[in-house]
Design a binder for this molecule. Structure first.
Ligand SMILES: *Cc1c(COP(=O)(O)O)cnc(C)c1O
Length: 431
């Protein structure tokens, strides 16, 4: 293979020092290059972010916050963290940010810690309706340490039903209501969620992990000024390194959040990752990135149209963000089967429960299909429409054993290969 690409060159030392791991990193890059990545929570981060994440900043201990550290030698690190904070506040129009959480889940853990006491009631969307594990699932800290009283979607519309949420909130009197989801294809009214919170005296915690990139580019309403606290990941639509953030406009809450993160839950911050986050916040403010998000959303519509024209059913009848939730039971298929069959055709999707789900979470009646990653590598609406049609084709052509009919599989494999070749990942001078 012709090496024109810094990505490969970067592993020179790793190959010398630990060839086993280096080879696996290369294999993973190959895997990413050779599949149509439609997992809605994944993306391909910037080379600049990869370099920052792989930098010597990983060597530095910096417990505490800029200008208030428990270690010496933090004068450079302080500048990095201050830039990250300044950029993310500007990006989302808020006053205070904590950029130290290691992930979206630990950001939520810290946010709950700041807003509620152990045993208090929290109210998030049920996991099988599109919520996240950290929104009160019984197998997660959020459902173990707090009294979790989940809300659900409207069974007919498959969408948020603010009257239903209010009714439940009046009944269970939560300390915190969580808005923001992992598998919800429609816009969220943060204003309506805040009105509900005001009526029952609850905090509004918005977890914008999936839609942060849309919010940053004004393609989805901003949780501010309605949310008391906002958490997010930085590696989904935001296209940064794998990590988390917490934002607020409230000075007292900001103090509680900082205490909750450190010394409450974490030790030293990952300064290399904070630097990489700063890189993604910089790009997220650019016109080019706004264009990318608009394309991501147009691509989600196109892939949805392709699946719908192929006979599958879109939950809620469509999408206004970066993902589609799809009912594959109309093809007499399960999510598990479609996921496995698509995988063989170089298309990566994940099985997903759908509203009114009748099957177990390990089988499911649905799949979740998102476009942030393929849009990063340059897929167009035309490509996405075709991929959508191909997913439907696979779902409707499964044998009794759950495998795709060989002739159909072959056709789709050919299409996938052609598209992947035409839109190479991390090639030339690309991002
Ligand atoms: C992905 C996600 C998270 C968790 O992020 P991790 O970095 O995987 O811990 C939290 N909330 C929502 C809504 C998510 O979709």
């Amino acid at each position: 293979m012709k090496v024109i690409n810094k990505i490969e060159n970067n592993l020179k030392n790793l190959h010398a020092q630990d060839p086993k791991i280096a080879k696996l990193v290369d294999q993973e890059l190959d895997r990413q290059r050779n599949s149509i990545e439609l997992i809605a929570s994944e993306n391909f981060t910037y080379r600049g972010a990869l370099e920052a994440a792989g930098s010597v900043l990983t060597n530095k201990y910096a417990e505490g916050y800029p200008d208030h550290r428990y270690y010496g030698g933090c004068e450079v690190i302080d500048k990095v963290e201050k830039i990250a904070i300044e950029r993310v506040c500007k990006l989302f129009g808020c006053k205070y940010a904590n950029v130290q959480p290691h992930s979206g889940s630990s950001a939520n853990l810290a946010a709950y810690h700041a807003l509620a006491n152990i045993g208090d009631t929290i109210m998030g969307l049920a996991l099988d309706n599109g919520g996240h594990l950290t929104h009160g699932s019984p197998v997660n800290f959020s459902g173990i340490y707090y009294d979790s009283q989940s809300y659900t979607l409207n069974k007919e519309t498959e969408q948020l039903d603010y009257d239903l949420i209010l009714k439940q909130a009046k009944k269970v009197k939560p300390k915190v209501i969580v808005a923001g989801y992992s598998a919800y294809p429609r816009k969220i009214s943060f204003k309506k969620m805040r009105d509900i919170c005001n009526k029952v005296g609850a905090y509004l915690l918005v977890d914008m992990a999936h839609i942060a990139g849309l919010v940053a580019t004004k393609q989805h309403p901003n949780p501010f000024p309605y949310a008391h606290v906002v958490t997010s990941t930085t590696h989904k639509t935001l296209r940064g390194p794998r990590s988390g953030i917490i934002l607020t406009n409230d000075k007292e809450l900001a103090k509680k959040i900082n205490k909750a993160v450190f010394p409450g839950l974490q030790g030293g911050p990952l300064m290399h990752i904070i630097a990489a986050k700063a890189v993604c916040f910089k790009y997220a403010a650019s016109a080019e990135y706004k264009n990318y998000i608009k394309k991501t959303m147009a691509n989600a519509k196109a892939i949805g149209k392709g699946m719908e024209d192929g006979g599958l059913r879109l939950i809620t009848g469509g999408t206004d963000n970066h993902l589609c939730l799809v009912d594959v039971s109309v093809a007499r298929a399960t999510g598990k089967q479609v996921e496995a069959a698509c995988d063989k055709a170089f298309i990566t999707v994940n099985k997903n429960t759908i509203p009114n789900e009748k099957l177990s979470p390990f089988v499911t009646s649905g799949i979740r299909v998102g476009t942030p990653a393929v849009t990063t590598r340059g897929f167009t609406e035309k490509d996405c429409y075709k991929v959508g049609q191909n997913i439907a084709k696979i779902a409707f052509n499964l044998n009794a054993n759950g495998n795709c009919k060989p002739a159909v599989l072959k056709e789709v494999q050919k299409d996938s290969k052609a598209m992947l070749k035409a839109r190479p990942l991390y090639a030339g001078s690309q991002y």
